[in-house]
Design a binder for this molecule. Sequence first.
Ligand SMILES: [Mn+2]
Length: 536
Amino acid sequence: MCIRGICDDHDDFFSPTFRQYWITPSLLSDFDLWVDRIIAAIERGEKIAIFGDYDVDGVTSSWLLYVFIRNMCKHPQVTIRLPNRLEDGYGIKSYHLDEMKAAGIDLVITVDNGITSVQEALHAKEIWLDMVITDHHKQLDEIPQAIAVINPQTSPDYEFKGICGVGVAFKVAVGMMKKLWFSDKRMQQATRYLLPMVAIGTVADCVPLVGENRLFVKQWLEYLNTRQWVPESLLGFIDHIGIKQEIDSFHIWYMIWPRINAGGRMVSPYDSLWTLLHHGESQKKHLENIDNLNTQRRQIQEKMFKQAEDQVNHDHYLLISGGEDFHEWVVGIVSGRLTERYHKPSLVYKHNAETGMIVASLRGPSYFSVIEMLYCARSLLDRYGWHKQAWWLTVHKDKFEEACALMQGYCDGIMPQWGHERESQIDTIILPHEMTYQSMQSVMKLAPFGMGNAEPVFAWPDVMIASVRKVGKRGNGHLKFTLNYDGVIFDAMWWSKWIRLTDFEVGQTWTLIGKLKSEPGNWYVVVEDIILKLES
Ligand SMILES: [Mn+2]
């Protein structure tokens, strides 16, 4: 644990409590203005519209304020408006404000967006539509002139800047409960009810799982596993997916988040929202719908990845692929997988024939500086930046080839110095006598893992293969090892790597690098890499 820099107060880290991590919402600037305006709207029976975003953070934050205002404040005059990824793009637009004004809306609340909507806030003023903004993104030079702007980034007294959109929405809801004189019991029930969605949005938005975020996720996982005071829609969701064991951030990451995301990705974020606002019988068709969308999403991703793999030229260090038929939302995922598989930098692009523009996502191994590579071609690029853990660029098609050649040259010049072997970030080596269920459990206490609290990676030198076989579906199987580590026998899974089955033989000695996974009464290793023991 000390490797992680959490030596001093690791007891706090293990059992975070609200008292220790919770920052009082009133430290967010404009907080009183915000609360007063919403309470006035509720008292006057005004029509409120919540304007969110098409991703998971945007959908969960919309859900949260909607449920809070409608059910907990008993104010039925509230609606949600979500933008469409392709038609509207990100953020509130002036025409959204016009539409809402025409529909008789008195007050617009943005969630997970709005901090850069300087022009739109002016437009709202012009058409006499009240607007309050809640967001977590960084502001531009100018802060929009809305009635109130709630954002940790613009609040000097609010020290933790890492909460995401749904975290901000949760803070304002809790702050309002106090102002509305909710009893302690009601407040407890309400926060328990809302927290699951905060946790899902927080994990999905890739914000660091430290401080308040860690509190949200850890608390929720505990609540959820008791199944008390959890939204019925969410229990329906979880039962539908068929998660049997205790839920942890792994399930959010691999099973819950992709499904909620699939709606906004493939068709419309309302498809995702409806699954969270319905329960029981009426939820079923919505759940089946997003399951289908998620399957389609996976198929497209698979297809694009195969296509990219066929396309890349391995004579160069920078792997380039893309085209007109690539989906823009897939380029980041494909580039991430190319880099992961080949340990080389990659650039995957979508060419938009109508505009003549190329949008690309770029990744590199952890020791490689993508920004330095981008710099070589910066004079040719239209724009470039960093978003959700990856670099991107836009460039006109006429300059694309030249830009690629410059970046290619940079990589070919610098990469041979490192080779392109995988460098594994190992936290520590595990010795045979440490291989007890108890000590493995204590490692699991560091969970939930995610951004900013990465899962520890361990090394087991000299493990002998006692058995190895392929498990899972045809064409997409995994490798299951049983290993003998100086007399201690344990299992390890290598996901999706069945193709390497022929590399292994019983009796061989390897160095294993991986992460621990626990199941009740048992644990196993998820293989990151397995390296043949070198003769010394
Ligand atoms: Mn967000």
